[in-house]
Design a protein. Structure first.
Length: 306
């Protein structure tokens, strides 16, 4: 059964507008699984072993697993894998010594963000309090939480959701640097759920089931799906055209097909004006907490602290 399913070729229309994203992420994930399946980079992070040790271990594994290849082919494959593993090891080691972003860099990032700084992923506008806290002018500044929260993109259930954080556009753990060119301002919610993931397949593959008020939202997207789609599109996908982007407006996601579950293939980016869910999307914070299975008590306390 599994073999027959694996042999099927999905029609080009199956993935809709997300075909390139779905296929690209899949190929990247397969390559990562293949390389790490031969040699685990984590085995070398805490030691000072370099390329020679990694290549020796890799060649041993390749000789055992790929006996149908010629000797020269096995050596070339081992070199390719060992180089990729070494890259991962060096990045993981350097991750332990990451530099803190100084105040001057924070000021520069705010200047680059313009007069109305927004989350680079979803366009969430940062409050004056969030900006003050970000610059350490008042580190104890309490952030106010919104009364109503987007049920599909629940920013505002906790103070950290609406805080300004520095995000590596290309994750540090995957080769991104601490240079200004690779740094962006992100809301805490997007930054937390983006994490070090770069592929849809880094996260769980099933939609979430609403923990309450299922008549409104029976199922929910995995937060990383929302972040991934927003970060790659960054523009409202209204069929008649729309010039709103994450640089000028807050964006969110909605099902492309109203009765379908919010899977990666059925999510489209939308602005408020073109949002098919605009009449029901924004719900009281306590309701949003119930939908997402958060403790109403803890959310209430967080709101009081803001």
């Amino acid at each position: 059964m599994l073999r027959s399913v694996a042999g099927l070729s999905p029609p080009n229309t199956l993935f809709g507008r997300r075909e390139a994203l779905i296929r690209g992420d899949a190929h990247q994930q397969w390559a990562q699984w293949f390389i790490q399946g031969i040699v685990d980079p984590l085995r070398y992070v805490e030691s000072d072993r370099g390329y020679a040790h990694i290549f020796f271990d890799t060649l041993e594994a390749v000789n055992s697993a790929f006996q149908a290849l010629t000797k020269d082919e096995r050596v070339e494959l081992a070199k390719l894998v060992a180089n990729k593993v070494l890259e991962s090891v060096l990045l993981l080691r350097s991750n332990r010594d990451r530099a803190l972003i100084d105040r001057e860099s924070r000021l520069l990032l705010l200047e680059l963000a313009g007069d109305c700084p927004r989350c680079w992923v979803c366009g969430y506008p940062f409050s004056d309090r969030a900006i003050e806290r970000f610059l350490h002018r008042n580190a104890s500044e309490r952030l106010l939480l919104p009364e109503f929260v987007d049920a599909m993109k629940p920013i505002g259930l906790t103070p950290s959701d609406v805080a300004i954080e520095i995000d590596h556009k290309h994750p540090f753990s995957r080769g991104g640097t601490d240079s200004i060119e690779n740094l962006r301002l992100a809301c805490g919610w997007c930054n937390r759920h983006k994490g070090a993931s770069v592929s849809l397949y880094d996260e769980e593959g099933r939609v979430r089931t609403s923990q309450g008020h299922r008549h409104l939202f029976p199922s929910l997207p995995q937060p990383f799906w929302v972040v991934r789609v927003l970060a790659t599109q960054k523009k409202c996908e209204h069929l008649a055209g729309c010039d709103r982007t994450s640089e000028t407006s807050e964006l969110t996601v909605a099902p492309a097909y109203g009765n379908g579950a919010p899977t990666p293939t059925n999510l489209r980016v939308t602005c408020h004006e073109h949002d098919p869910l605009r009449l029901v999307r924004m719900v009281p914070r306590t309701i949003a907490s119930q939908i997402w299975g958060k403790s109403p008590r803890s959310v209430k306390e967080m709101g009081a602290s803001g």
